[in-house]
Write a protein that binds this ligand. Sequence first.
Ligand code: NDP
Ligand code: HSE
Length: 436
Amino acid sequence: MEAIRVGLLGIGTVGSGTWHVLNRNQSEIMGRAGREIKITMVADHHTERAKAVVGGQCEVVSDGNLVVTNPDIDIVVELIGGYDAAKDLVLKAIANGKHVVTANKALLAVHGDTIFRAAKDKGVIIAFEAAVAGGIPIIKALREGLTANRIEWIAGIINGTTNFILSEMREKGLDFDTTLKAAQTLGYAEADPTFDIEGIDAAHKATLMSAIAFGIPVQFDKIHVEGITRLDSLDIRYAEQLGYRIKLLGITRRMENGIELRVHPALIPAERLIANVEGAMNAVLVKSDAVGASLYYGKGAGAEPTASAVIADLVDIARLEAVDPEHRVPYLAFQPDAMRDTPILPISEVTTSYYLRLKVKDQPGVLADITRLLADHSISIDAFLQKEPREGETLVDIIILTHQTQEKNINAAIAQIEKLRTVAGSVTRIRLEELE
Ligand code: NDP
Ligand code: HSE
């Protein structure tokens, strides 16, 4: 059988990983795909660097248009990132009848509907395993492995950079900026690292998983996003003393009246397996009715882990391109006529538990006032901790863990607690997920 010919857009971190793994494991990969997968053309702004990677074994150009319009290319692999040029090149590739593999979660989360529609109309495949959790085959698991299940919720550590930062801050007491620089040097961070630390990258991935899990359109504009930049290392320490770890979680959950879709730091019990995912590792916990809980763990970023997912998609296409488009696995797991418009719930409607930290005057009646205000909003307390005043201070830190309540209730209670004369400053509120 003839080789399937691949054009690569971008040969930076993931692109060069793809080149190296494909060449190193070619015979193994060919044994699985049934035919050779050959990168025949590469486009990258940095042509000299690209030539050094490919060592004269394929054509190198600087303009991606030459790849997507080349009649001798069967599959275009988009690894340049970003929205504008990537969207333009992917849509041109589709218009020219090419199958597309991309690791670009930002592109799919924001423009997925346009791209999937264009691909469906043209009968080509869009594959994006590398876009969520790097080397972990979570798209395959959700779309195919768990196809018998009704998925209840997903909670994932799906950004390596932030998990690396939180781990280093907790374990080594290092500061935020030092750990962020290390993550950038190691190639985990996005070109714009605010995407990582503000939770946007995790939100792109959570949005894609939510669509696949629940058969809803990709709706990045509806996700609630909070990053880790406002997290205080004090809370990481207090959480640990209470038996919890703080992680940046991407969560999507099926509720009676809609779907929760959110990214934010959350306390999780330290004894959960997922709480022990450290460094740049990723993990996705899926709760579904038939299997129960299943956990997917591995490297979510880096050259070769991500290349592994890109090549898995190339092998799928090599096997499936001859299959009638109607009989292929649907891009978003559900057949188009089975997709639903289930609403994404506003964050005020989300139900979870909370960690609250308050600075209060150490005097009689303070706690009674606070617990009364919580009770007025039907919020019950699960645990309570009062710290000794810090040296030279008369105020004490109080930490309260609540049982589950709706976000609008806790916000209303906090607004009243902050008005008490015995409470100083604002209340720190972090969501808490038991993940049982
Ligand atoms: P890199 O920045 O390392 O590589 C991208 C390369 O493409 C750069 O050389 C870049 O040049 C070049 N490029 C950008 N735009 C164009 C263009 N229009 N025409 C030609 N060349 C262009 O990125 P990564 O490899 O890290 O990431 C690629 C994609 O993979 C992104 O979507 C990212 O989100 C995703 N991803 C990355 C992971 C990782 O671990 N790094 C993990 C999972 C997904 P220049 O520098 O001049 O822009
Ligand atoms: N910047 C991302 C991360 C890369 O840190 O996880 C993988 O998508």
